[in-house]
Design a protein around this ligand. Sequence first.
Ligand code: ADP
Ligand code: MG
Length: 344
Amino acid sequence: MPENIQLLSPRLANQIAAGEVVERPASVIKELLENSLDAGATRLEIDLDAGGVKRIMVRDNGKGIEKEDLHLALARHATSKIHALEDLEAVATLGFRGEALASISSVARLTMTSSRNESGKGWVVTAEGREMETQLAPAAHPRGTTVEVRDLFFNTPARRKFLRTEKTEFNRVDETIKRLALARFDVSFSLRHNGKGVHNLRGGTSRAEMERRVAQLCGPAFMQNALHIEMERSGLRLWGWVAEPAFSRSQADLQFFYVNGRAIRDRVVSHAVRRAFADVLYHGRHPAFVLYLELDPAAVDVNVHPTKHEVRFRDSRLVHDFLFGSLHRALADVRPGAREEDDE
Ligand code: ADP
Ligand code: MG
């Protein structure tokens, strides 16, 4: 081991950073889709081979990237989303660290093609995990951006070893796409895997359109057993669908919870939900739900960690009691003995 201090090469620095954000194909997809949504896309096409390990392609119809910015987009700490520390307070985009593309391109072969206008003329930038230099060339592309990521971890065998079977990796990707598709009913999503269509979800925000998407993603049986809920109190709003206890699951695999549009996992939330279902579910069964909590952005901190889906509520007691109360009330009609209780 050399004992003198040396600067890490740009590629090695990026590969180390990649350990934080790029764990598997699903994490690559998440970063790419979030970038597309940040760019205002309303249509997202995802095409994968071999669970995404061989190839991931994400195409969007967002605002595109200027030729001059294409190579910068791949550089570490390069972002168009914040310019000063104060911007962090009000960050409205899903990304802001400027790390994802640099990280991905350090552990895979990445090409990004983009155009800012409808002329059909754009530019393509290629980075092949070498010393992070990039190549730029003209390319045909409609307004928007296409990112293709091939051979994930081709140059980091230790990471590749942690990948699971194609099926498992695909399931994680599918889960990631579901979570985003349930957050953005206004956006169309299509998914192809190994040349076959998996999802084709049309964008639309009417109640019927949303319920059709929930049925497509959570299964028609979920929707048939779902109670639609909508409650509002003290500046908090909860809406969405919870399955009647008859549709409980042996695993906690149909639980989607969003806070101000972001998918989260949170102990306060889980506890409130578990308690609300406690007397209507058998031991070991799990409720199924797709729920959206909306509250004043100042009352919640969502940037605790970009990949961990955590939040911190300013008043977690209030949130807990509101969630518990709303769900408990929604389930009142299906709770055994609820009528007697009401009579008291
Ligand atoms: P971050 O999202 O944190 O800013 P990324 O590495 O994910 O960092 O992306 C770097 C920059 O590249 C973004 O800030 C954005 O300007 C640009 N970019 C990436 N993907 C897209 C896209 N699909 N459409 C338009 N711009 C994009
Ligand atoms: Mg990003």
